[in-house]
Design a protein around this ligand. Sequence first.
Ligand code: C5P
Length: 423
Amino acid sequence: MKKAKSREPNAESLNPLKSKTILLGVSGGIAAYKACDLASMLRRAGAEVHAVLTANAREFVTPLSLKTITRNAVHCEQFSGDGEWRPEHIDLAQKADLVLIAPATADLIARLACGICDDLLTTMILASRAQVMVAPAMNPRMLEHPATQHNLSVLQNRYRYEIIPPEVGEVACGDFGAGKMASLETIMATVGARLLSHRTLAGREILVTAGGTREPIDPVRFIGNRSSGKMGIAMADAAYARGAEVTLISTVEVDRPYPVLLVETAQDMQEAVETEFDNCQALVMTAAVADFRPLAVSEHKIKKTESEDLLLELTKNPDILDLLGRVKRKDQIIIGFAAESEALLTNATDKLRRKNLDVIVANDITVPDIGFGSDDNAVIILNEDGSRENLPRMPKRAIAEHLCDLLAERFAALEKPKSKVPN
Ligand code: C5P
């Protein structure tokens, strides 16, 4: 069996920050003093850095320091009468490749979660279409307060901002806990990774399924499975962040900026996937679809009877992937998933072939603490050409990023003109 090819590094993968315009938002916490070092690291890595300071940030760090370090004007005032008809900060917000807020205070996070733009920084963030990355820094009790947690969740889940988690340690006021701004090295690495994956799926139509189907027995009960939908949602989020036109067909309700079609049963899911499939360039079938459903659904709640047993007659559900594998066009890519409790590679390879998939993502469900319901998983990615890649335990979002890389490579290969065979 062939091993996965290692990716050739290119200029961008060596230095993803080169010539990128980064808007560095600095808000008023003590960690603002680190913004100077961060600006310097970003600039030395090749980025064009434009710092924007809130009024409170100016209590900790001066515009002059950041102007000297970034070699660019520092922006502070929303209403500066510099004579230009079009404010420079709107141009800047629009041309930025990335907005990085470091440090982000609880107050700034709260204002962003509400869409308030009462100063220059919040106005620029709202006026920008660039990916926003947020590095919170605050007292541990402020971070764990439900209001801050809720606001962070809104930024992350609703607006797709990337949160660079704060670290545990002693914070400036002497308290100990989570709240220290992530290290500058972590911030630099996260920014680099984000810029690398930037819009590599722009305009691609990607259909993702997520969650476990529920097959009703009666109006109250159903046959379900342990799938949480986290992998499929992570996949849809990652593809969307790279510019794809995502449609998510899910059994789990989520609030997202892309279309989410809510379904319950395998038959609902089949109908939705079949309707959308023609218009998609890739289908990522993450959902755990029930193989069987009750043959008859009782109209009324089934009552307890004298008998000790209740016999449920089940009938087979359609295998959605199998059906679509048969009709898929040459320009479509299908990725399936195989959750196995034995003979992982044999069973996954068999499914890959039988269902005519391009890729199958196999995971061993007997490994404790990962997989169903967890934020992490460990998987093997098997390609139809026999090559494979082992991904050790990592967050589902990181697995999704790998799958996005793989999709981007496959789309590029599909578009490469075939070399002419000489006569
Ligand atoms: O054969 P098995 O159910 O293990 O295959 C798993 C893969 O097939 C997953 O990608 C799942 O979404 C898909 N599947 C399907 N329709 C079914 C059962 C599974 O599309 N009825």
